[in-house]
Write a protein that binds this ligand. Structure first.
Ligand code: THU
Length: 275
């Protein structure tokens, strides 16, 4: 995970701060060992001592989601120099995240990187008074697969249809562009040799789902959601096979995508010839 991406996640998380008193929104993004990113923002209270900082909001969400091992945390606020975690957050991070890297950033792209032990020398930890091992119930119960998975889009779809409902019925002829983020451009090496590619995308406009419903193109017949291609499903992931028309640097022109403008692209894969 690039430092840049973790900082971008913290910047995005900052937008959802609840900071009416200080008007100082802070965002945090915590990277787990598994590669997931869990975010948080400061949540204030009219009783000021009840305020929770962005870093603690992130680490507590992550622990509750079942994550136990962490690599880094990015923290972003609109101040220079960038914000350093408060003493309370350093203490909580030490217990729940241990030796992590702390990436402090701001909106001007200044950054300071330190390790948590640098920010909290001589920490006070549970090892000082307890021999109880910290329980890892989720993994012990082999329920680790229930953990949420987070992806970082590698690009997005660009066309004239902001609303998925506007996409024409004859979308098989529709040209779209797939804009791949510059840091992933090298991953397109030799894609020109492919006639068709699979786009794996996240249908960010999909609504709530039901497990059974009408299957498009099959009249009133009812099918399970896993027997349909409907966008509204437990994980709104789409797989779309398109013709590759052209590549210019990090931008692909493709034909036949029924994807709205701005749809995040998670992955591109080659098409198996006979399957
Ligand atoms: N705050 C954080 O969320 N993280 C920090 O590292 C420093 C301070 C919040 C708490 C409060 O809502 C606001 O910033 C002003 O202190």
């Amino acid at each position: 995970m690039l430092t840049e991406n973790l900082l971008a996640a913290a910047r995005a998380a900052r937008i959802r701060a609840y900071a009416p008193y200080s008007r100082f929104p802070v965002g945090a993004a915590l990277l787990t060992d598994e590669g997931a990113v869990v975010t948080g923002a400061n949540i204030e209270n009219a009783s000021p001592g009840m305020t929770v900082c962005a870093e603690r909001a992130a680490v507590m969400s992550a622990v509750h989601a079942g994550y136990r091992r962490f690599k880094k945390i990015a923290i972003v606020a609109d101040c220079s120099p960038p914000p350093a975690p408060c003493g309370a957050c350093r203490q909580v991070l030490w217990e729940l995240a241990g030796h992590i890297e702390i990436i402090m950033g701001n909106l001007e792209d200044e950054r300071i990187i330190k390790s948590l032990p640098e920010l909290l020398p001589q920490p006070f930890g549970a090892d000082r008074w307890s021999d109880n091992p910290v329980s890892d119930a989720l993994f012990e119960a082999e329920e680790g697969w229930r953990l949420p998975v987070s992806f970082h889009p590698v690009g997005y779809v660009a066309n004239d249809f902001n609303d998925p409902d506007q996409i024409p019925k004859n979308y098989k002829d529709l040209l779209s562009r797939i804009v791949i983020a510059p840091e992933f451009e090298e991953g397109l090496y030799r894609i020109e040799e492919e006639e068709r590619i699979n786009i794996i995308s996240y249908l960010h406009r999909a609504g709530s789902y039901t497990l059974k419903g009408k299957r498009p193109g099959r009249g009133n017949q009812v099918y399970g959601v896993f027997v349909c291609r409907a966008p509204s499903r437990p994980n709104a992931i789409a797989q779309t096979t398109v013709d590759l028309v052209e590549r210019k640097k990090n931008i692909l022109t493709v034909r036949g995508a029924d994807l709205a403008h701005g749809t995040p692209v998670l992955d591109l894969k080659t098409v198996m010839p006979d399957r």
